[in-house]
Design a protein around this ligand. Structure first.
Ligand code: FPP
Length: 273
């Protein structure tokens, strides 16, 4: 099934024939990169890029809901971002609080469930309380989930899960033989939720920067040179169309057009053994 009238207003590009409604990724992860460069290029302080980044995030949440994608997980602040100048770190932390305060009632009205993922312990108490109340308020919302990764690091998440499992094992709650992918997954901060089918990274950097190391094992990766503050609904749809053109094999192979040829080769091998 195809979207019939999906027209983006801005330059009237009609992507309707290209987007396959049956193959919309249910969960998309985004590394929102390039805020600082965007601002610097315009001769503005880096914080202007972060402010613009918030309005882009709002546009992309809307776009995700429009096409019936169910979960968006965004990288807002990594465990490594603390090494930035303290004024920028403070600005970002204040920005999270300001935006959450301003937007939470609309987020709730839109039936969006909001979840923060990461080690929240070093955040100011006022932000921690706001996060707690926002998560509680929106916990039963069903339409859409927004995961915001703050003070998040994939390696730290894996080490934490390993520690939890070691504690459970040494106290006899589980046996070493109980440890499998499913159990490990359930100890991650993402709590066993469905892995992203698609990772989008803006600003052209070709790395995953300690983001969702376990969860991205089989995700398709889409990298665009567009800086996050310039990212639009059109760019987002282009990423999904590109994803839909991929052949996801999960370690398998494409279906064989010449199966008998392959079979006869393997039989000839066994005859020669
Ligand atoms: C990366 O660009 C961006 C960040 C570290 C911050 C992302 C935060 C937002 C978009 C705001 C989100 C707000 C909420 C409430 C979730 P960069 O600063 O590393 O850019 P650069 O690589 O060009 O320096």
């Amino acid at each position: 099934m195809r979207f019939n009238n999906l027209q983006t207003k801005k330059n009237n590009i009609n992507l309707s024939n290209e987007l396959d409604k049956e193959r919309i990724p249910e969960h998309i992860a985004i590394i929102m990169d390039g805020n600082g460069r965007w601002a610097t290029k315009k001769g503005l302080p880096r914080s202007f890029g972060h402010n613009k980044g918030v309005s882009v995030l709002k546009e992309i949440i809307k776009a995700s809901k429009n096409i019936d994608c169910k979960v968006l997980t965004v990288y807002a602040f990594s465990t490594e971002n603390w090494i930035r100048p303290s004024k920028e770190v403070d600005f970002l932390i204040n920005l999270f609080e300001k935006v959450l305060k301003k937007e939470i009632s609309e987020i709730h009205q839109e039936s969006i469930k909001i979840k923060f993922i990461g080690d929240l312990s070093p955040l100011p108490n006022s932000l921690k309380l706001l996060i707690k109340s926002s998560e509680a308020l929106t916990n039963n919302n069903k339409k859409f989930t927004l995961n915001i990764c703050v003070n998040y690091g994939g390696r730290q998440e894996i080490v934490k899960a390993a520690k939890e499992i070691a504690i459970k094992s040494s106290s006899g709650k589980i046996k070493p033989s109980d440890i499998d992918e499913q159990l490990f997954n359930s100890e991650l901060l993402t709590n066993g939720s469905k892995d992203p089918e698609l990772l989008i990274r803006t600003s052209g950097e070709k790395r995953i920067s300690n983001f969702l190391l376990w969860q991205l094992a089989y995700s398709e990766i889409y990298i665009t040179d567009v800086l996050w503050p310039d990212f639009t609904e059109i760019e987002f749809l282009k990423a999904i169309i590109d994803y839909q053109s991929r052949n996801r094999r999960f370690g398998g192979i494409e279906s064989l057009s010449n199966e008998s040829f392959e079979d006869s080769y393997y039989s000839s091998l066994s005859k020669n053994d």
